[in-house]
Design a protein around this ligand. Structure first.
Ligand SMILES: [Fe+2]
Length: 254
């Protein structure tokens, strides 16, 4: 069994006097990191699926990195609409998995038998997701590298329509999601798609591939749990059993 823990939407902020959100969001991420480290068996890797920061400032990423380096296992990051690619690159390039010659933060790494592929779905200056031809081309190339390896895609914006949401579609254009779905159809090794952005848990399908979103660690921005859980951050662990798909579980950190 191979386990990937997914954390998302921490929306970390610089601490400002009188603003209670910043210290709580720091505390919620710290508690999740401690919980991940206490798991037995522990995850083989952790990935943050974006909106790590609230304002995209350098200080917010330094703070995030300081907390994330407490993890006992490798961790990876993907950008969300709140993030700054430039600042993420400055603070996290030292880990060596970003493609140095690309402005986009896309990459692929092996996590045991899983090929983890991270997709950059950000359109800077917009809340909506985007996948330009450059990014789709790189994605296709990464997938061609390992056609027979179980593959997990991680990206901030969910590419499926959330029919129960006030904003059902999170991409700027349906055209790009159609192109993305075509890529899925050509790569049957893709086992599942894991997203953030929704701040709540959804599961759906795109081109016969299961896709999900996870709750936000920023509890004050979370949309699906009752007020009694307003100090209970949550994240998900995804376990791949040989010969089966992923089994996903929400972890509540009390
Ligand atoms: Fe978010």
């Amino acid at each position: 069994m191979t386990i990937i823990a997914q954390i998302s939407d921490t929306h970390l902020m610089d601490v400002e006097p009188g603003d209670v959100r910043a210290p709580k969001r720091i505390e919620w991420l710290r508690r999740c990191v401690q919980d991940i480290n206490s798991l037995n068996p522990g995850p083989d890797a952790v990935i943050h699926t974006g909106d790590m920061s609230q304002h995209g400032s350098h200080a917010e990423y330094i703070l995030a990195r300081e907390i994330l380096t407490e993890l006992n296992m490798p961790f990876y990051v993907t950008p969300g609409n709140r993030d700054s690619r430039a600042e993420l690159k400055k603070v996290f390039s030292q880990d060596g998995y970003f493609q140095p010659d690309s402005i986009f933060l896309q990459y692929a790494v092996d996590v045991g038998p899983i090929y983890l592929v991270a997709i950059d779905s950000v359109c800077e200056g917009s809340r909506a997701g985007e996948l330009c031809d450059d990014r789709l081309g790189v994605l296709d190339e990464m997938l061609n590298e390992k056609p027979n390896t179980p593959t997990a895609l991680f990206m901030h914006h969910p590419p499926f329509e959330v029919l129960t949401s006030n904003e059902p579609f999170q991409f700027g254009s349906r055209d790009v999601v159609d192109k993305f779905a075509d890529i899925l159809r050509h790569h049957s090794q893709i086992t599942q798609i894991f997203c953030g952005h929704a701040h709540r848990s959804f599961v759906s399908d795109l081109a016969d591939t299961r896709a999900l979103t996870v709750p936000s660690i920023a509890v004050d921005l979370r949309l699906d749990f009752p007020d009694t859980m307003d100090d209970t951050p949550a994240y998900q662990i995804h376990s791949l059993y040989p010969g089966h798909g992923f089994f996903s579980e929400t972890r509540f950190v009390t």
